[in-house]
Ligand binder design. Structure first.
Ligand code: OXD
Ligand code: MN
Length: 592
């Protein structure tokens, strides 16, 4: 399919090491995909679901020990440890290559190696970057066909160039002790072994589009961020774009596909989804920051997705979708997960493939008793999303008015605030944090700092990543304004105060009004906070006093947070830019 000598010699080398029985090139055609689905069904790797109710849909179960990303086994192998920084796991590249070679040698004996040429971004656009993933898993091939743009046109666009990202994935024995997800940024190389779970093996996503791309972005003057992108259309038909970063499992997909509250819908407001997880951002000729979603599909968390929480995501999964580790309803050969509806199937297999008794479900032991694994997923095509943006395939991307950071904080962060400027906004992103909830294992209320939601995804030293943000600010003549939101503020009994979901649009409207210079604000020590009456609460069962509570800045808890931030900056180490240390000192002084 190609004469590119860099591609061919690398594949030869990888095949000599892994020793597959045969090599199959993936061409992106429906015929080939259909044949692979049939083959995977015949071996039990995937199960064909009810084609009347769920056309084109399949179910897959991963190994029980292989259900999530493994941060402890994810490495950034730069020549020096300093380059990878204190937040990443690091190993000397040669040492790691030697270790991996042992694990890959003969790993594909008796198996087929699939060669997947794929593009992150629209093929031929200025944003696009190309990759080739070698894998011995049909499940990976089928997922990559949904999540990325795959086909011979990628090889044509690459031509004779050596400029592509090499990705090698082998399932091997799925041995947890020898599971490695490794990035060699200087070599444009990703190696993944002993896993079959999406985030570890769909190498275009977290590995390439965030870890490797963030490294490339710094080198080349652009940004790769863990952000959704949405367009908010007003009744006049104008669409303005927001990108937003939240830690994993804080509702990015829900916000990206939001349906406006009824009163707003009737007036003609609409939200368009450009992306739900990753944004690549570049400075446009007009001096603004432009964004694309480099992916082609959604790899969303299934539990909790329902008609009310995310109608559009649910609709997206009704065809051409691969479900992973959800509950299998044997009565009608469909799927189910906790939070889908109130009718758990009576005749079903759980995510492990065992007979499931829904009456034994125990919220405190979800993994042990639920029908679907808490991290079960759907892999669905972006084009099947009812609110996919008309700009989804745009070569130029969309211009960003506002960048929004968010976290899950019970008390500290108000519903929304605006940073003073780009440098302060970078500081606000760098101190992003979430508190653990009762739903997660471990202590409740522990603060985990997750700067720009990139803690698991920055492909180099976190301090240098902050510096890159500051540098970008100097190179964007007309930068987006930077905000922070918190949908998760609770009252003294621990109940959420803000309704969230579609009503979050009310906050987005204030944000866009601020960008347009059309809304007032109150200056506080942490930034600009709305006046309570400036958030439109029409049709909401919330009064102005509750809004005031949601918008208060509690100095005592902020001062406590400052101490925690100091500790975190110490952990990041001496690459934290002086400007951010100064912002921290200034914040403390304003609070004092
Ligand atoms: C994801 C994640 O799967 O952030 O998107 O973990
Ligand atoms: Mn994510």
């Amino acid at each position: 399919m190609t004469n590119n000598k860099y591609v061919l010699s690398w594949i030869d080398e990888m095949a000599a090491m892994t020793q597959p029985d045969k090599i199959v090139w993936i061409d992106g055609t429906e015929e080939q995909a259909e044949a692979l689905r049939a083959e995977a069904c015949s071996t039990g790797e995937i199960i064909k679901l009810n084609q009347e109710k769920l056309p084109g849909c399949y179910l897959h179960r991963t190994a029980v020990n292989d259900v999530a990303r493994v941060e402890g086994r994810t490495f950034i192998c730069t020549p020096t440890k300093e380059e990878a920084g204190n937040i990443n796991n690091w190993m000397d590249p040669q040492e790691m290559y030697t270790k991996l070679k042992k694990l890959y040698t003969g790993a594909m004996k008796g198996r087929t190696m699939y060669v997947i040429p794929y593009s992150m971004g629209v093929v031929g656009s200025d944003f696009a970057k190309y990759g080739i993933e070698l894998t011995d898993s049909i499940y990976v091939v089928l997922n990559m066909l949904i999540m990325t743009r795959v086909g011979t046109n990628v090889l044509e666009a690459l031509g004779d160039s050596p400029d592509y990202i090499k990705g090698l994935h082998a399932k091997a024995d799925l041995d947890e002790e020898n599971r490695y997800i490794v990035h060699f940024p200087q070599d444009n190389t990703i190696m993944s072994v002993n896993s079959g779970y999406g985030g570890n093996v769909l190498l275009g996503k977290k590995c390439f589009a965030l870890r490797i791309a963030s490294y490339l972005g710094r080198k080349e003057g652009w940004m790769a961020e863990h952000m959704l992108i949405l367009g908010l259309e007003n009744p006049e038909g104008e669409v303005r774009y927001i990108s937003a970063a939240f830690p994993s499992a804080c509702g990015k997909t829900n916000l990206a596909m939001l349906i406006p509250p009824e009163a707003f819908r009737k007036k003609g407001y609409k939200v368009w989804c450009v992306g739900d997880d990753i944004a690549w951002l570049r400075v446009g000729k007009d001096g603004r920051l432009w964004a694309v979603n480099p992916e082609n599909g959604f790899f969303g968390v299934a539990p909790g997705t329902n008609e009310h929480s995310n109608y559009n995501a649910l609709a997206t999964t009704r065809k051409d979708t691969i479900f992973t580790n959800v509950c299998h309803n044997l009565d009608d050969n469909t799927v189910w997960w906790e939070g889908l509806d109130e009718n758990p199937p009576k005749n079903a297999l759980n995510w492990r493939g065992e007979k499931w008794d829904y009456t034994k479900y125990d919220k405190s032991d979800k993994v042990g008793t639920s029908g679907a694994h808490p991290n079960s997923r759907f892999t669905a095509k972006a084009v099947n999303c009812p609110c996919i943006s008309p700009e989804f395939n745009s070569m130029a991307g969309v211009p960003i008015d506002a960048i929004v950071f968010g976290g899950r904080r019970a008390k500290t962060a108000p519903l929304v605030y605006q940073s003073f400027n780009w440098q302060h906004g970078t500081f606000v992103g760098s101190i992003m944090a979430s508190e653990t909830t009762a739903a997660a294992a471990g202590a409740v209320g522990v603060v985990r700092r997750d700067p720009m939601a990139m803690r698991p995804f920055a492909g180099y030293n976190m301090g240098d990543y902050f510096k890159h943000w500051l540098d970008m600010g100097k190179n964007i003549p007309n930068p987006p304004k930077i905000f922070h939101v918190n949908w998760f503020r609770t009252d003294d009994e621990g109940h959420f105060i803000w309704p969230g979901f579609g009503d979050n649009m009310r906050v987005l409207l204030w944000i866009l009004d601020r960008c347009a210079g059309a809304a007032d604000a109150v200056e506080t020590p942490i930034g600009f906070v709305p006046k309570a009456e400036d958030i439109n609460i029409e049709g909401l069962d919330i009064d102005l006093n509750v809004m005031r509570e949601l918008l208060t800045v509690d100095k005592a808890s902020w001062l406590e947070d400052v101490e925690n931030i100091k500790e975190f900056y110490k952990l990041v180490g001496d690459h934290v830019p002086a400007e951010l240390q100064e912002e921290l000192v200034a914040l403390e002084a304003r609070l004092g």
